[in-house]
Design a binder for this molecule. Structure first.
Ligand code: NAI
Length: 254
């Protein structure tokens, strides 16, 4: 799919690292940043090995972050953009949520965002750069039956703001923002049993999303619609924007 056809490429000469880039929002973002001229490294747990622009990265593991950033710096000498999209969905009532399940969600969604921010700032603190963390509307308005997920995503929003304020006060030229999407048509939903039931009932993921839209009234986004908002935040168009949690939700949180 062609993006922004006919417009100038806004990220020529930039170097980007995108996590969760094997699927969904991360994949669409990596594609868009690349089309906009950025040399883009794609990182994901789903990649079997590191090969060229694809890096195998488990966002929960600090050693993986050190390795991934070192690889980018070794080849490119710089990192200008870090988009942290890797995350997992989870849904279970609080009384039925084990401590192990709580920790599983926090490890990927919150430890991962912490390590992204920590290592992103370390890589960018001299030459400058932009970090975008992917949160969720569930971190702004709680989702019933998904307290662990909601809490992890609320943490992501605060982490972006805290990091932005700290960079500002320390005089580090790093902008940190969060994007918080509403429902997006990605494979994230396949982790939820009720969604798998809907796919079975309606015959495809697309039909399952349509059924949810008809039932709840909220429109799902295409991953590219989220990627475009991320592009804004990492580009020079947002050079004065930091510490924002931007909902990309068709007004869901209003
Ligand atoms: P997705 O499931 O299509 O992609 C997520 C990617 O993250 C996958 O490629 C997966 O392999 C990777 N990943 C998972 N755990 C990882 C780990 N430990 N280390 C490295 N990579 C890992 O899902 P989607 O929708 O693209 O999700 C991206 C982000 O957007 C997530 O943080 C999610 O919570 C958030 N989000 C998604 C929404 C949706 O409706 N799809 C709504 C709001 C937020």
């Amino acid at each position: 799919m062609p993006y922004l056809t006919g417009m100038n490429r806004t990220l020529d000469g930039r170097v980007a690292l995108v996590t969760g880039a094997a699927s969904g929002i991360g994949a669409a973002t990596a594609e868009l940043l690349s089309q906009q001229g950025a040399t883009t490294y794609r990182a994901d747990l789903a990649f079997s090995s590191s090969n060229g622009g694809e890096l195998r990265l488990d966002v929960r593991e600090e050693a993986d972050w050190e390795q991934a950033i070192a690889t980018v710096l070794e080849h490119e000498g710089r990192l200008d953009i870090l988009v942290h999209s890797a995350g997992i969905a989870a849904a279970s009532p609080l009384a039925d949520t084990s401590l192990a399940e709580w920790r599983r969600v926090m490890a990927t969604n919150l430890d991962g965002a912490f390590l992204a921010t920590r290592h992103g700032i370390r890589a960018m603190r001299d030459a400058g750069g932009a970090i975008v963390l992917v949160g969720s509307v569930s971190g702004i308005q709680p989702s019933a039956g998904a307290a662990a997920y909601s809490t992890s995503k609320a943490g992501v929003g605060m982490l972006a703001r805290a990091a932005a304020k700290e960079c500002r006060e320390l005089g580090l030229p790093v902008r940190v923002n969060a994007i918080s999407p509403g429902g997006v048509k990605t494979s994230l939903w396949e982790a939820m049993p009720f969604f798998r039931d809907l796919v079975e009932k309606h015959g495809s993921s697309e039909a399952a999303f349509a059924a949810m839209e008809a039932h709840g009234g909220d429109r799902f986004a295409e991953p590219e619609q989220v990627a475009r908002a991320i592009l804004f935040l990492v580009s020079d168009s947002a050079s004065h924007v930091t510490g924002v949690e931007l909902p990309v939700d068709d007004g869901y949180t209003l």
